[in-house]
Ligand binder design. Structure first.
Ligand code: IPD
Ligand code: CA
Ligand code: CA
Length: 257
């Protein structure tokens, strides 16, 4: 993709990330929860309001682009560009007023994700990247860490809303935790990936993420020097997401098996 188009998409993504961040920062006086796949998987009225805002901005700025959004948007692309958005990542943090909730916005074409923005006003942060153009935190260039031993690595993970997956995740966690420096569960995959990108965490893995959880943060991490993949080096996907600097990525992948 031409740099001029990447830059146009990036400016739109940053603007939408800031606007959705401002919208979500106005916390409602009460929450309306609608359940999704089961009773612990839910969206609030604010997840939906954020998605509606982002989709209407895309539709007016770039009417031929496609959109995949967690809260149900599914618009086929006529331009070859598709936006992949999580309008509120870390909904549980948001509900409890814990920091770390964020908005993930990526734009991809048939060569992959071209731009990614993670906007997290609760931690005063906006990360962005464009393919081939580096990664930035609040407009300053960032780079990931790369510890040479698992015992020197701070690793984050997350847990699914699918109870069966949680049992497998707990088993996997019990294999990893004795080998690493320590673990964190911060509550939003977009911020987890961006924290790996800037060296606030050394690595991250999670079984069962969706594309809207990792598309933006995955590009930010890659552009900061990290490797993102699935299990055993397979492409990243729903099955498994492993992100870390090149040496740690190999060690973490081997430990996950
Ligand atoms: C969730 C968060 C969480 C991760 C879950 C995701 P949501 O996204 O990223 O950290 O562990 O797997 O589903 O539902 O809050 O957008
Ligand atoms: Ca999410
Ligand atoms: Ca979400």
């Amino acid at each position: 993709m031409e740099i001029s188009l990447q830059l146009e998409l990036l400016e739109l993504a940053k603007a939408m990330g800031r606007e959705a961040g401002a919208l979500l920062s106005q916390r409602p006086s009460g929450f309306e929860l609608s359940t999704k796949s089961n009773e612990i998987d839910f969206a609030t009225q604010m997840d939906k309001a954020s998605e509606a805002h982002i989709v209407s901005r895309i539709r007016s700025a770039r009417p031929d682009d496609g959109v995949i959004g967690e809260e149900g948007s599914n618009i086929p692309s006529k331009s070859g560009i598709t936006w992949v958005i999580d309008p509120l990542d870390g909904t549980v943090n948001y509900l409890y007023n814990l920091p770390g909730w964020n908005i993930c916005i990526a734009a991809k074409d048939n060569a992959g994700v071209q731009v990614g923005v993670v906007s997290a006003p609760s931690v005063n942060s906006l990360w962005h990247a464009r393919k081939g153009g580096g990664a930035f935190h609040n407009d300053r260039p960032i780079k990931c860490n790369d510890p040479k031993e698992l015992s020197g690595a701070l690793i984050a993970t997350g847990f699914s809303y699918d109870v069966k997956k949680r049992i497998e995740q707990a088993e996997m966690f019990s294999q990893i935790i004795p080998k690493i420096r320590d673990a964190r569960r911060l509550g939003g995959a977009g911020v987890d990936l961006s924290y790996v990108a800037m060296g606030v965490l050394d690595g991250f893995y999670e079984y069962g993420l969706n594309e809207w959880d990792y598309a933006a943060g995955g590009l930010i991490a890659t552009e900061a020097g990290a490797i993102i993949s699935g299990r055993n080096g397979a492409p990243v996907g729903k099955e498994m997401t492993i992100v870390a600097g090149p040496t740690l990525h190999g060690l973490l992948s081997a430990a996950i098996g």
